[in-house]
Design a protein around this ligand. Structure first.
Ligand SMILES: Cc1cc2nc3c(=O)[nH]c(=O)nc-3n(C[C@H](O)[C@H](O)[C@H](O)COP(=O)(O)O)c2cc1C
Length: 462
C-alpha cells in the first residue's frame, strides 16, 4: 500500500509510549501521508499537544481545545481520514472502544469513523494479560474494519520484561504498507468496507479470527528482546558465546551504615541481558546494588563496591567473548571506612577520597585480541569531547555515550539519549554520531548488534 497522499488520523491515548507517536507521525509524513492528531486528556500529560500540532501542521483535536473554532471535529476528522490509527492504545481506551463509550476525542473518533481502524495496544504485561483486556481485544477484533496489532515482548516501561510493548513505529508503518488494510483511494468517503480485505502483508498472522468473517486481523510479535532463552538455537549469533555485563551502581562505604553511591537503577543492564539472551548468548552479570530484576537465564554475581566489582570482572574476563561495562562505578571511595558509625559531633567532617580501580581500562589491558570490550560513558556536558577522550584513554572497542538530557530519560527511566562511538580506523579522533532518544531496549539492541558484528558468525561445532 502506497501511503503517498493517504490521510491518516492518529489517535493518542495516555500511555508511556505516547512519545513514540512523534516518530510514527514523522515516518508516515516521510511516506507522503497527511496526518492529523486526536488526543485524550491523559495523553497530553505524556506529550504536549503542541508537539503534534507543530509536526502535523494542524490543530490537534483535544477535549476542550479548538471546540469553538471547529465544533464538529469529532465528525470532521474521522470523515476526512482514510485510516484511523490509535497509537499507543491504552487498556482504558480498549475498554471504551469495546463497550461503545465515547467521552473523549479518541473514543469519539473511533465510534464515528467509517474508515479502517488500527489499534496498537501498549501496557504493562499484567494489564495486557488481564482477562478484561483479553476479552475487550477479542471483542474489538470481531468489529468490522478494526485491526489489532500484537504487542511484542521486551522490556516494558515499568522495568518488567514481557508482552505489552508498543510495536515499533517502523513496524507499524510496514504493516500499513503491507497491504493488509482495505484502504481505498482517498476521495471515496463514506465507504462500506464489509467486503474482504486484501491478502495479508508480511506482518499479518496467517490464522483468521473466526468471528471476523475470515479476516486475518492480527500481526505477530516483532522479533524484539524477550525473556525466553533461545540460546540452544545454533542459528543465533550468540550461540556458544558468553558475554559478561557489569550492572547497577557501586556503594563505597563511609562507615558500617553510610556510603557514597549514585542513582543508577540497572535498567539498561537488564535490557542488555534480555537482548543478549534473545540472541542466544550465555549471559553473566556482575551486579552492584540495583532495583531492576534480571530475566531468568542470566547468571548474576552480586558485589557492592568498585573494588569487589573490579575483582569479579577480572576473574571472569578470560572466560567470555565480550564484556559490556554498563555499571555506574564510583570513581572514588573513602580512603578508610570507619569501623563504627561516625557520631554527629556538630564539627565539620572531611572525607578523604581515593581513586577506585579503573575497571574499563584494566579489562581492556587484559583482553585478548579476539575479545570485544564496550565501555559506557554517562555525560552531562561536552558529550563529544568527553566520549572521545574516554574512548582514547580506555582503548575500548566502542563506547556507548549516554546522557540524561531529555526530561524523563536516563537514570530510572526507560528512555535514554545515546550514541555508539567507535574509534576511527586511521587512528584519528573518533567521530561521535548524533545522540538519539530511544528506549533502553533499543540502546541494548545497538550494543548487541555491534558485538555480533565484531565477533562475526559463530564457529560451527566440529
Ligand atoms: C506513568 C504512567 C504510565 C502509564 N502507562 C500506561 C500504558 O502504557 N498503558 C496503559 O494502558 N495505561 C497506562 N497508564 C494508565 C493510563 O494513563 C490511565 O489508564 C488513563 O486513564 C488512560 O487514559 P486514556 O485512555 O483516556 O488516555 C499509565 C499511567 C501512568 C501514570
Amino acid at each position: 500500500m502506497d501511503l503517498n497522499g493517504k490521510k491518516i488520523l492518529l489517535g493518542i491515548t495516555g500511555g508511556i509510549a505516547a512519545y513514540k507517536s512523534c516518530e510514527l507521525l514523522r515516518l508516515l509524513q516521510k511516506k507522503g501521508a497527511q496526518v492529523r492528531v486526536a488526543m485524550t486528556e491523559e495523553a497530553t500529560r505524556f506529550v504536549a499537544p503542541l508537539t503534534f500540532a507543530s509536526l502535523s501542521k494542524c490543530p490537534v483535536y483535544l477535549k476542550d481545545g479548538a471546540v469553538e473554532a471547529r465544533p464538529f471535529q469529532h465528525i470532521d476528522f474521522p470523515r476526512w481520514a482514510d485510516l484511523y490509527i490509535v497509537v499507543p492504545c491504552t487498556a482504558n481506551a480498549i475498554g471504551k472502544f469495546a463497550y461503545g463509550l465515547a467521552d473523549d476525542p479518541v473514543s469519539l473518533c473511533f465510534m464515528s469513523c467509517t474508515c479502517p481502524r488500527l489499534l496498537a495496544p501498549a501496557m504493562n504485561v499484567a494489564m495486557y494479560n488481564s482477562p478484561a483486556v483479553k476479552r475487550n481485544l477479542e471483542t474489538l477484533r470481531s468489529f468490522e474494519n478494526t485491526y489489532v496489532l500484537e504487542s511484542p515482548a521486551g522490556e516494558l516501561a515499568c522495568g518488567e520484561v514481557g508482552s505489552g510493548r508498543l510495536m515499533e513505529p517502523a513496524d507499524i508503518v510496514s504493516f500499513i504498507e503491507g497491504g493488509s488494510l482495505p484502504l481505498a483511494p482517498a476521495a471515496c468517503h463514506p465507504r462500506d468496507f464489509s467486503c474482504h480485505p486484501r491478502a495479508g502483508g508480511d506482518l499479518l498472522a496467517a490464522s483468521a479470527t473466526p468471528s471476523s468473517g475470515g479476516h486475518p486481523r492480527n500481526a505477530p510479535a516483532a522479533p524484539l528482546a524477550s525473556d525466553s532463552l533461545p540460546e540452544q538455537d545454533p542459528s543465533l549469533p550468540g550461540h556458544g558465546r558468553r558475554v559478561l555485563i557489569t550492572a547497577g551502581r557501586t556503594e563505597e562505604a563511609i562507615d558500617p551504615v553510610r556510603y557514597i553511591s549514585n542513582r543508577s537503577s540497572g535498567k539498561t543492564a537488564v535490557a542488555l541481558a534480555s537482548v543478549f539472551l534473545a540472541n542466544g548468548y550465555s549471559v553473566e552479570v556482575v551486579a552492584g546494588p540495583m532495583e531492576a530484576q534480571f530475566p531468568g537465564g542470566a547468571t548474576v554475581h552480586r558485589v557492592r563496591s568498585a573494588c569487589e566489582m573490579h575483582q569479579a570482572v577480572m576473574e571472569r574476563l578470560p572466560q567470555v567473548q565480550a564484556l559490556v561495562h554498563c555499571a555506574a562505578v564510583a570513581d572514588y571511595r573513602p580512603k578508610e571506612a570507619a569501623a563504627e558509625k561516625i557520631k554527629d559531633s556538630r564539627n565539620q567532617l572531611v572525607l578523604e577520597l581515593v581513586p577506585n580501580p579503573n575497571i574499563l581500562r584494566d579489562s581492556v589491558a587484559a583482553k585478548k585480541p579476539d575479545q570485544v570490550v564496550v565501555g559506557f560513558a554517562l555525560e552531562t556536558d561536552h558529550f563529544a569531547e568527553h566520549a572521545q577522550e574516554k574512548l582514547k584513554k580506555s582503548g575500548a572497542d566502542a563506547l556507548l555515550l549516554n546522557a540524561p538530557v531529555a526530561k524523563d530519560s536516563g537514570f530510572g527511566f526507560d528512555c535514554v539519549n545515546y550514541a555508539l562511538v567507535t574509534p576511527a580506523a586511521d587512528g584519528s579522533e573518533a567521530a561521535v554520531p548524533e545522540m538519539q532518544l530511544g528506549s533502553k531496549v533499543e540502546l541494548a539492541e545497538t550494543v548487541v548488534g555491534f558485538i555480533c558484528g565484531r565477533l562475526g558468525a559463530p564457529q560451527k561445532a566440529k
